[in-house]
Structure formats: C-alpha cells, structure tokens
Ligand binder design. Structure first.
Ligand code: MTE
Ligand code: MO
Length: 265
C-alpha cells in the first residue's frame, strides 16, 4: 500500500513543471535589464564626454571637470596619508644606470648655471639668496631608486643632495613649511611645479646636486634639481631657480595641461 511519504519521494514538491509562458517572461525581463544597463552606461559616457573642460582659473586645466574632481579628491586623500615612515624602495648603487636617461629640457639654460643662486622667498617681500657651496655644507643624503616617468619608462638611478626637510630646518623656514604647498621653478620660470608640503618634507625628497656620484650635468638640471621619489618624473624639477611657499596650489606646468596635480606614486 502506498504511503503519502512514498508519493513525495517520487515527485518532489519544490520542482514546478516547465511553463513556457513564465520562461518567456523571464527572458523578456532579463533582456530589458541588460538594455537598461547599456543605456545607463551610454548615458554616463555621454555626460562625461560632454562635461565642460575645466577652465584655467585654478592651478589645473585641460581635463573634463568630473574626472578632475576625482583626481583632486584622490590627491587630497593621498596628501593626508603621506607618511615619513613610508619610504620608496631603494637599491644598491651598483644597480643604478651608469648614464641615466635624460628627458625634458623645458626651462633649462646653460647660461643660468654660471653665477647661479637659489632664491628662497620667505614671504612676498623677503627672500634669501644661496650659493651651491652653502647648500653643499648641509648633510648629504644619497640613494638609488626607480625613477618613473609618466611617459611609461622607468630606470634605477643614483642621486645625492640635501634633504629638503634638513634644508628647511637649517634655514629656519619652519613657519613657511607650515603652509600647504611649496612652489619651485627654473631661473627663467618656464618650468614650474607645486608640491604638497607632506611630500616635500618626506625624508627622501632632495635638493639634489649629484647623479651617479658626479656633479649634475646641465641636461640633468645643473646645478640643483629636485628629486622626489614619491612622485612621477614630471615633479622632479631640473635647474631650480626659485622656491616659494603658499597655502594655494602653486602653478604647475603639467597640471595646466591636464595631468594630475598630485602625481604621486
Ligand atoms: N626644468 C625641467 N625639469 C624637468 C623637465 C623639464 O622639461 N624641464 N622634465 C621632467 C620630466 S617629464 C622628467 S621624466 C624628468 C627627467 O629627468 P632626467 O632628465 O634627469 O631623467 O625631469 C623632469 N624635470
Ligand atoms: Mo617625465
């Protein structure tokens, strides 16, 4: 005699018989969802593509406004987490290129190497003028690291100079270094960059006067350049002429052409 349990075993309760109308409806609903997703993605792209380009009123320009907003938000976040304890990887000197690659000559001027002096603006009205000999008297720091250019190449190279943070302490610029940014430019001001202060004060940021153990040659930014391993090559200004401090973002050559202002690694 059949028990109810036996019937259950032969025909499980949860399996519905195939219903063609239901299946068609499901296919229709998933197609609609896919179509809506596609339309939404297209709408997003269209919004972005037709978004205005930022105007040159600020330190940055040339990028679509919503994209720049994201870049700037990332930059501000990163500025806050820049830590002096987090060092870029360094390498044995022997691993460094003997003749490091040269890239970018904007603002480089051989004449400016003779009688060169570094001008540091303590305020708009007060500045100090320093010779290379004076700067070289400060403790020297050297290391090899992987220099990275946004154009897609990188190379291990060996640099020597004075830590920017040591320089700040030595010349009593602590008040200035309490500001949000430092601006640097070439003697002719044709190449110029802005650096957030946490990155400038990072222990691997150098006012650099040596490459591969030799005085900087003109093409690498003689007599003094910036080496900042926590940022891309574009921020490693060659041939520094002037340094100033500001709470606003200083003008920045590549940021004005659409590149990320922070350009961190
Ligand atoms: N004055 C000046 N500094 C500059 C540049 C430049 O064109 N002019 N180019 C930058 C870029 S894009 C890179 S990758 C590095 C390259 O430094 P290097 O020539 O010593 O390798 O310098 C940076 N500093
Ligand atoms: Mo670069």
């Amino acid at each position: 005699m059949e028990t109810p349990e036996n019937t259950d075993q032969q025909q499980p309760k949860n399996v519905e018989p195939f219903d063609a109308r239901k299946a068609n409806r499901r296919t229709f609903i998933s197609s609609l969802t896919l179509l809506a997703g596609g339309a939404f993605a297209y709408w997003g792209w269209d919004q972005l593509y037709h978004a205005p380009k930022e105007t040159a009123a600020d330190a940055t320009a040339g990028a679509r406004a919503p994209l720049r907003k994201v870049l700037d938000m990332n930059g501000e976040l990163a500025e806050r987490v820049v830590s002096p304890d987090h060092l870029s990887k360094t390498y044995p000197k022997a691993m460094a290129a003997k003749k490091p690659r040269v890239n970018g000559k904007i603002g480089l001027n051989n004449k400016a190497i003779e009688d060169w002096k570094l001008t540091v603006y303590k305020s708009t009205s007060e500045n100090i003028s320093l010779t290379l000999e004076e700067i070289k008297k400060l403790p020297k720091t050297e290391f090899a690291f992987e220099f990275k250019c946004v154009e897609g190449w990188s190379q291990i190279s060996h640099w020597g100079g004075v830590k920017f943070s040591d320089f700040i302490k030595h010349y009593n610029l602590t008040e200035q270094a309490a500001m949000a940014y430092v601006g640097l430019n070439t003697p002719d001001k044709k190449y110029y960059i802005g650096i957030d202060m946490p990155s400038a004060l990072h222990p691997q940021t150098l006012l650099c006067y040596e490459v591969s153990g030799q005085p900087l040659p003109p093409e690498h930014g003689a007599p003094l350049r910036l080496i900042i391993p926590t940022k891309y090559g574009i921020k490693n200004l060659k041939q520094i002429g002037n340094i100033f401090f500001s709470n606003e973002r200083p003008p920045d050559y590549w940021a004005e052409l659409g590149y990320d202002y922070f350009s961190g690694l």
